[in-house]
Design a protein around this ligand. Structure first.
Ligand code: SF4
Length: 281
């Protein structure tokens, strides 16, 4: 099914024709996903991310090329190659295997990563092809991308899940490796353009889930007149073993999970800015 996307002028990135033969690198297909947008979805994880978040639970998706990873319980200990080159046609064909579930549930395809906008030609061709085939699309992004690319991709999506982390620029650079100026500017541009969005805030103890950061996030989001709902995503440790299996050190110490009282407090702080806040997403 297809939702209503904001319309507007498409810019330079879309002057090139999208073709189903465009290739990119994908590292995972997750079928029957229920937390990555409305309904039942297939989530496609595009490889490569310009950020290096201290808490990243998909470190195998950060670099752009396929790489080896030591085996875990799911592979019976066998090593695996993470990432493969695929065409847009292949991705869409894979997603269309579950059309019946999308139709029944109002679902579709979610593009995540990594950072899907870090493969510009690929993501634009994927979104354009899905729109042509009337597949509902969700773009899950950090917002760290050139403004033209970001808006073109957002306008081709039925919903954007915008991951906002830290408002203070120095702390953002410290914990993600990049400045947040472009991210915040893209978010404001999307609000002005009326792009349908949900904001996702990873709740990382002592990093994003501090009172100071939550108040600054609340103040920032309350200036966006579009009134996007906010999903709080509490940190979990499931990705930590992947660092060992990739043979890389964990980029930082995360002091455990947040307890329910701290999650409730985070929700109350943001709700105090007149935002619609849920836990999970
Ligand atoms: S933006 Fe997402 S994929 Fe990229 S490093 Fe941060 S958490 Fe990992």
């Amino acid at each position: 099914m297809v939702g209503n996307s904001a319309t507007g002028m498409m810019t330079g990135y879309l002057s090139r024709p999208a073709t189903s033969g465009v290739e990119g690198v994908v590292f995972r297909f997750k079928r029957y996903a229920i937390h990555d947008g409305p309904g039942i979805r297939t989530t496609v994880f595009l490889k490569g991310c310009p950020l290096e978040c201290t808490w990243c639970h998909n470190p195998e998706g950060q670099d752009f090329r396929p790489r080896q990873m030591a085996g875990g319980p799911a592979t019976g200990g066998r090593p695996l190659t993470v990432g493969r080159q695929v065409t847009v046609a292949r991705v869409v064909a894979e997603a269309e295997k579950d059309l019946v579930f999308y139709d029944d549930s109002g679902g579709g395809v979610t593009f995540s990563g990594g950072e899907p906008l870090a493969q510009p030609d690929f993501i634009l061709a994927l979104l354009a092809t899905c729109r042509h085939r009337r597949l509902h699309t969700v773009l899950d992004t950090s917002g760290f991308a050139p403004p033209e690319l970001f808006l073109d991709a957002a306008r081709l999506s039925d919903l954007v899940l915008f991951d906002l982390k830290i408002i203070d620029p120095d702390l953002h650079r410290k914990y993600t490796g990049v400045n947040n100026r472009q991210i915040l500017s893209n978010f404001r541009a999307a609000c002005r353009a009326g792009i349908p969005m949900r904001v996702r805030v990873p709740l990382i103890p002592e990093i994003t889930a501090t009172e100071a950061n939550l108040h600054r996030l609340g103040a920032f989001l309350s200036t966006c007149r579009a009134g996007c709902p906010v999903d709080l995503l509490p940190y979990h440790r499931i990705g930590e073993d992947k660092y060992r299996r990739l043979g890389i050190g964990h980029p930082g110490r995360i002091p455990g999970n947040l307890d329910k009282a701290r999650i409730r407090q985070a929700r109350e702080i943001l709700a105090g800015y007149d935002l619609k806040v849920s836990v999970g997403g």
